[in-house]
Design a protein around this ligand. Structure first.
Ligand code: FES
Length: 326
């Protein structure tokens, strides 16, 4: 049993339990979403004691050095005194500038944020509503091209944040924004390298940002962007991507649906098979995979087997938010 001091109250963390679980059992609300160490919405800071290294995996060095850790991954092996990260400078106030529909189930949320929010296209940020619910969304915008932040948000059954975006968010509303997080983004260099981007659903958001970021940096190698959906109506930004590929001869756009009917330029079939049959080898390529965790996991294996080096495969799995059951 480890002792945990939080906001002046002492709690006990049973062996094998996380700080997040112990606080929730005690009735303390801590923001959380993935509960898997990915979204970083459960960030806390240790002011006494040392959190285990596993609770700091994936955090920036500056955060680790200040004692920040992820409550959902922290099974303490000693006493800890922890505080909320309110003073971390990680929380930004963002104003809703626009909500527009991209298709029947996906909306683009445009947020106006202060200049201190520096990010790379393809990273993700956490939206925190005043009710305390936090959800992660990838950034589709490019700082030098888009004055504001763009996120593609699919309506989820019972989704608190996605429901708010689709049903009630309006220009002038405010949310808190935390981040950015993630390492699935374009890094400048090796401009002739082939880039392969593949994603399902709103997995297009980070890929759209990464492709445009590569183009604006003058990437000269081929950029193959595959976007998959179950049916044609699930695709979006189709005209924008076709226009972009007409403007940039090295950008190749491959819309793909699992079930027809589809227009003449859209492939019907499984996205993974479309990628592997279109590109015979990925040796020397840089690969970005985004979307459903099963797709990302499968494609990590397939792109590796096609010759991509592990160090050149970047992935962003869209883990579903997990709720606690009593
Ligand atoms: S990282 Fe802890 S809830 Fe997502």
């Amino acid at each position: 049993m480890s002792e945990l001091v939080f906001e002046g109250t002492t709690y006990e963390v049973p062996p094998g339990n996380t700080v997040l679980e112990a606080l929730e059992v005690a009735g303390v609300t801590i923001p959380s979403s993935c509960r898997s160490g990915v979204c970083q919405s459960c960030l806390l800071r240790a002011v006494e004691g040392t959190p285990p290294a596993t609770a700091q995996a994936g955090l920036r060095d500056t955060l680790r050095q200040q004692g920040y850790f992820l409550a959902c991954c922290c099974k303490p092996d000693g006493s800890l005194e922890v505080v909320r990260p309110n003073d971390a400078g990680l929380r930004h106030r963002a104003r809703v500038a626009r909500v527009r529909s991209l298709n029947a189930t996906v909306a683009e949320l445009t947020l106006e944020c202060d200049a201190a929010f520096e990010y790379r296209p393809g990273q993700f940020a956490n939206i925190a509503l005043t009710c305390g619910t936090v959800r992660s969304y990838s950034l589709a915008s490019v700082p030098t091209e888009d004055p504001h932040l763009h996120m593609h948000i699919a309506r989820m059954p019972g989704g608190i944040v996605s429901g708010w975006v689709h049903d009630s968010a309006k220009e002038g509303d405010f949310v808190d924004l935390l981040g950015p997080h993630g390492n699935c983004f374009y890094t400048v260099g090796n401009f002739g390298q082939t880039l392969v981007l593949a994603g399902t659903g709103t997995g297009l958001a980070p890929l759209y940002g990464i492709a445009r970021d590569a183009l604006r940096h003058g990437h000269t190698g081929d950029i193959h962007l595959f976007h998959g959906s179950i049916r044609q109506e699930g695709l979006y930004l189709v005209e924008e991507l076709r226009a972009l590929s007409h403007t940039h001869s090295n950008l190749h756009y491959y819309p793909c649906v699992l079930e027809g009917p589809a227009d003449a330029q859209t492939h019907v079939g499984a996205l993974d098979a479309h990628v592997t049959s279109t590109l015979s080898t990925l040796r020397g390529s840089r690969v970005f995979l985004c979307g459903h965790p099963d797709f990302v996991k499968m494609m990590q294996k397939k792109t590796f087997l096609l010759g991509a080096a592990m160090k050149d495969i970047f992935a962003d799995s869209f883990l579903p938010a997990k709720t606690v059951t009593a």
